[in-house]
Design a protein around this ligand. Structure first.
Ligand code: 9MR
Length: 491
């Protein structure tokens, strides 16, 4: 069943690639922009987009179930496949929670990423007292029994989790290391490979998203396992802090794929110091977009999993006091700016309000009474001599973020000169530059003259406030990326 699903998704991605090659970027933009769910966008590029699911919510909340089914093509059990749940006392396995998650995934044609077989945390007390042969036998029994039980249902496993220390670039001090010595990681992978040679085997860790001592050690371990064909991928948890997507994350993931391994963003969340304001939510959106783009741009990145559905479901506030709001959905299941940006990063169209918009008929959910004329609302067709706003109510600039020979990434900044509820920017390229894909704007993008408006969520600005948008261009003639003058008009 899973192979069929995998093949179907690969086929869809293959068709898109062939069509794009034959018909050029315009078609690829059209194909991508048709996708208005995370799942649709990820399917179109042959990737997993996953969510960590909470067993109780899946049992008890129909909207939770519906959103998980609609938006994601991959599931990870947030807690239900950990050792303390699966084998609370030695030899007594309880698969009921994990089975419910697998059944849900089957009903909804979703894959399951197994988390996790060997971990120092959430391990039952009985195993932490073992060492030597007794511990190795217990490891073997757990891996064999669990992988056998989920044969054909779980597509990939985190075989070991968080085995590298945070501060010294060495192996983590744990009952596994103390009881079995350094070879325990290889032993775990040998057992897992033998238990089911058809599933992908990962090592998974946090704070290895950029290049640092911890990811260097992870690289060394992965390289050794890869040389013995014992590992298929590395999971980068990516529990990130606002504004801190590592600048070398892409390069870091690529050094692992250069070993012949897959990479996967396994537990993404981006936490904010509470309360989160509109600018921070926009920064979070940019961060989510960036992570999606990194995975979308790496052929051997198998996907991105978000570590929970709604902000209120997240582990973050329990562990990091005063921080929160790290996920894509609000507690009422409405979508945050991060949702649209993440969707766009996967190649989808974030400008569509989508099925979980709390009120799609309301043009401006932030306006308590849209029928009441608002004196601060700018109306460019109504000449108002008392209007102090400069220019057309807003100004906009472009800057080149990263140029390369035949293209570049730009960031645009719109600054409101007065309170406004929407904005339109326009400029003309002086040469062969053309936009190939864009985020946080929509409109006529692909010609010599660009006319684009806000993407909805970033349209309402108070006087002095700024927001950003972005796009990539192609410039086949290899010329320097130019910076045209932009005209901005407020609505
Ligand atoms: O989100 C999980 C939370 O509900 C549990 O209480 C916690 C227990 O350690 O584990 C959380 O998930 C962790 C994951 O399994 C491994 N990487 C870090 C995650 C966040 O702590």
């Amino acid at each position: 069943m899973l192979l069929t699903r995998k093949r179907r998704r690969a086929l869809i991605a293959g068709v898109a690639t062939v069509a794009t090659a034959a018909l050029g970027i315009a078609l690829s933009t059209q194909l991508a922009s048709a996708q208005t769910t995370l799942r649709g966008a990820a399917d179109a590029i042959g990737k997993d987009v996953g969510v960590a699911v909470n067993y109780n919510l899946l049992q008890n909340d129909a909207t939770y179930r519906n959103t998980v089914a609609t938006e994601f093509n991959s599931l990870t059990a947030e807690n239900s496949m950990k050792m303390e749940v699966l084998q609370p006392s030695q030899g007594n396995f309880n698969f009921s929670q994990g089975d419910a998650i697998v059944d849900f995934a089957k009903q909804n044609n979703q894959s399951v990423h197994g988390h996790t077989l060997v971990w120092h945390s959430q391990a039952p007390g009985w195993i932490q007292g073992l060492s030597g042969t007794a511990l190795e036998n217990a490891m073997a029994d757990h891996i064999n029994t669990v992988m056998d039980h989920y044969r054909g249902d779980v597509e990939s496993w985190d075989v070991v989790n968080e085995v590298v220390s945070d501060n010294n670039g060495q192996l983590r001090d744990s009952f596994w290391l103390n009881g079995l010595g350094e070879g325990y990681i290889t032993t775990a992978f040998e057992l897992a490979r033998a238990a089911d040679p058809t599933v992908d085997l990962y090592m998974n860790d946090y704070s290895i998203d950029g290049i640092n001592a911890k990811s260097d050690k992870t690289y060394e371990i992965a390289q050794g396992l890869a040389a013995q064909n014992l590992i298929d991928g590395v999971g980068f948890q990516a529990h990130l802090i606002l504004g801190q997507v590592p600048s070398n994350m892409e390069a870091n993931l690529q050094r692992f794929t250069a070993l012949g391994l897959k990479v996967r963003v396994t537990e993404l969340d981006i936490r904010i110091q509470m309360p989160a304001d509109a600018n921070e939510l926009q920064q979070q959106a940019n961060d989510y977009r960036r992570v999606a783009e990194i995975c979308a741009g790496i052929a051997d990145c198998s996907g991105v999993t978000i570590w929970g559905l709604r902000d209120g479901d997240s582990w973050v506030p329990d562990v990091f006091q005063g921080e929160g709001a790290p996920l894509l959905f609000n507690d009422d299941y409405s979508k945050k700016p991060a949702y649209d940006a993440f969707l766009e990063g996967l190649g989808g169209d974030g400008s569509d309000p989508g099925p979980t918009d709390p009120d799609p008929t309301d043009p401006d959910p932030t306006d308590p009474d849209p029928t009441d004329p608002d004196p601060t609302d700018p109306d460019p067709t109504d000449p108002d001599p008392t209007d102090p706003g400069p220019g057309n109510g807003c100004t906009a600039t472009l800057s080149v973020q990263s140029p390369w020979n035949t293209g570049a990434t730009y960031e645009g900044t719109v600054t409101a000169g007065q309170n406004l509820t929407g904005w339109t920017v326009t400029w003309t390229w002086p040469g062969s530059e053309r936009i190939s894909n864009a985020w946080s704007i929509s409109g006529t993008l692909d010609g010599a003259t660009v006319t684009a408006s806000d993407a909805g969520y970033n349209g309402t600005l108070s006087s002095g406030q700024s927001t950003t948008f972005g796009f990539n261009i192609t410039k086949p003639d290899g010329a320097t990326a130019s910076v045209p003058t932009v005209t901005c008009t407020a609505r």
